[in-house]
Design a protein around this ligand. Structure first.
Ligand SMILES: [Fe+2]
Length: 263
């Protein structure tokens, strides 16, 4: 099973540049096109589909995603609007259905199960695992205790060392760790939000953040460093389940010289 994982496209209305520097729509289109060439079984989107949560940007997202040749599991990010996301993506034929009210949790079944765990807090930039969230996750994980499972959220539940983004991480991590302690089938935690690839562990599981389709957050590890971004190439992840092992690949998006012979 192959899972394409794209994050943080931050689509904007026509004619608007993301943070005044980047037209994100063609970058998202190009990354989707490239991801499709791998013939993935599932596309997962870890949030910030749009920059402003407006209807026009969701319409653009729907147009780009409609032709994707695999089911899509999507969660919102802090830049999305919960109801705008729900309404904007409704009618996408290949979308794993979203609940009609409340947080936008969902789950995709397959040899690998993926759970979209919506920890966003409407109107805020940090995430939060509430007792309700934890109960939903516990019940959802209990429904398939033997299936290798990935839990995907927007804000990571750990500090990254980039102080600016750590103020807006997902809190309530103790509740999450407690749920995970009852579910050893969770083999990875996936997140977006940070606009950089990053690998660590959380509650004893590998935990990673996906790179962004939009600009990359500058790697500034000094406490209190001023946040900044770079227009690095967009990139995405491919999670490949094969012979009982999950390998997560990072793929830079775009066209580069090659393929060259390699020896
Ligand atoms: Fe983002």
């Amino acid at each position: 099973m192959l899972i394409a994982h794209l994050s943080d496209p931050h689509l904007c209305p026509e004619g608007q540049l993301y943070q005044s520097v980047l037209d994100t729509t063609p970058r998202f289109a190009e990354a989707l096109e490239q991801a499709a060439t791998f013939s993935p079984d599932l596309l997962i989107l870890s949030g910030d589909l749009t920059e402003h949560g407006d209807a026009e940007s969701y319409a653009r997202a729907r147009e780009l995603l409609a032709g994707f040749p695999a089911p899509i599991l999507a969660i919102p990010g802090n830049h999305d609007d919960r109801e705008g996301f729900r309404m904007g993506l409704s009618g996408l034929p290949n979308l794993i259905p979203l609940p009609t009210s409340g947080p936008l949790h969902s789950a995709a079944d397959g040899p690998i199960r993926v759970i979209g765990f919506d920890v966003t807090v409407p109107g805020d930039h940090h995430g939060l695992v509430t007792p309700d969230h934890a109960a939903w996750l516990d019940a959802t994980l209990s429904a398939a205790p033997d299936r290798p499972t990935l839990v995907m959220m927007h804000q990571p539940p750990y500090a990254t060392g980039i102080s600016f983004i750590d103020e807006f991480r997902c809190f309530g991590e103790d509740l999450l760790a407690e749920v995970l302690s009852r579910h050893p089938q969770v083999i990875r935690l996936l997140a977006g939000h940070v606009h950089r690839f990053m690998l660590t562990s959380f509650a004893g599981r590998p935990a990673l953040t996906a790179p962004a389709i939009a600009t990359s957050l500058a790697l500034r590890l000094d406490p209190g460093a001023e946040p900044a971004s770079f227009t690095e190439p967009a990139a995405f992840l491919l999670h490949h389940w094969r012979d009982g092992q999950l390998v997560s690949h990072l793929q830079v998006s775009g066209k580069y010289p090659g393929p060259h012979p390699f020896f």
